[in-house]
Write a protein that binds this ligand. Sequence first.
Ligand code: NDP
Length: 330
Amino acid sequence: MDEAFRAILVSRGEDKVQRVDVVEMTAGDLMDGDVDIAVEATTVNYKDGLAITGASPVVRRWPMIPGIDLAGTVLASRNPNWQAGDRVVLNGWGVGEVHYGAYAGRARLMGDWLVPLPDAFTPVQAMAIGTAGYTAMLCVMALEKAGLSPADGPVIVTGAAGGVGSVAVALLSKLGWHVIASTGRPAEADYLKALGAAEILDRRELSEPGKPLGRERWAAGVDAVGSHTLANVLAGTRRNGAVAACGLAQGMDLPVTVAPFILRGVSLLGVDSVMADKALRLEAWRRLSVDLDPARLSALTTTIGFDEIVDAAHRIVAGGVRGRLVVEMG
Ligand code: NDP
């Protein structure tokens, strides 16, 4: 247990300037927890990009090992629900923000945060899904809970060529929805159509200040972008439709009026993956096992190694990553 492993450590000195170093650690350096895990795969989400670049205050405890997602094998457990050899998945719970995260050979976590690795997935596939994909599933489940189905009309997915967006397109099309994929990367139209998008919309149509209400264009939405984009998605939603909001890639603001809510009965559904309760997580992972086509998951995934994480973090914040990045720890 005390063998050395590599970790990415973000730290900052009194000058508040953030540093990112690859360091060697041993298990004795890890934070408190009741399950020790060998990390086999992780991923780079937008939030991990923010943590490593320092572009937004994701890290709230210094120093920190970033990485909000991991899949691996339990090495030792002091939690009655887990034993050595169990294969597990971790998404969120403040890991990589306030508790040492996934970008290390080992993690020590609370057993209550873990879910079993679904039989349908290898650790690498589970991380190809990662928080982005599990959040896309939560968004789809939120739309279903609101009573919406493909029979109600099209669904729009914003940030479609990104991680949440790509998985949402793949899931919704498999479930029979007519998917309108909004993207700023027209060159990715063929990629999005291969994932199941029926139509491509230039994101510039949605990213500028718009009218309180517009033409009713879609019955539902999955929004990873926020700001004017989400406001315009709401303004274009059909009567009694709903939009699941999970992201802020354009901005955290929401310059909307109450018109879509009070004149068309539109619902805005908030989705938080980080603190979602265990029952919801288990259901989301069960649904991913059933509703995500493995061929499409593979089509939206790029595999990188541990040494490429920091570069990938910069690229994802700059909007330059397509689909999902999975990190094989090796
Ligand atoms: P990605 O970077 O992979 O995807 C974001 C996509 O948003 C980009 O690919 C791009 O899509 C689009 N985009 C980027 N910048 C802009 C902009 N200025 N204006 C309009 N669109 C833009 O990130 P993820 O998929 O990992 O995460 C997406 C969002 O969801 C993030 O804000 C993240 O923090 C949030 N999130 C929230 C979770 C929750 O629990 N609520 C969980 C997971 C993620 P395109 O090129 O197609 O236009």
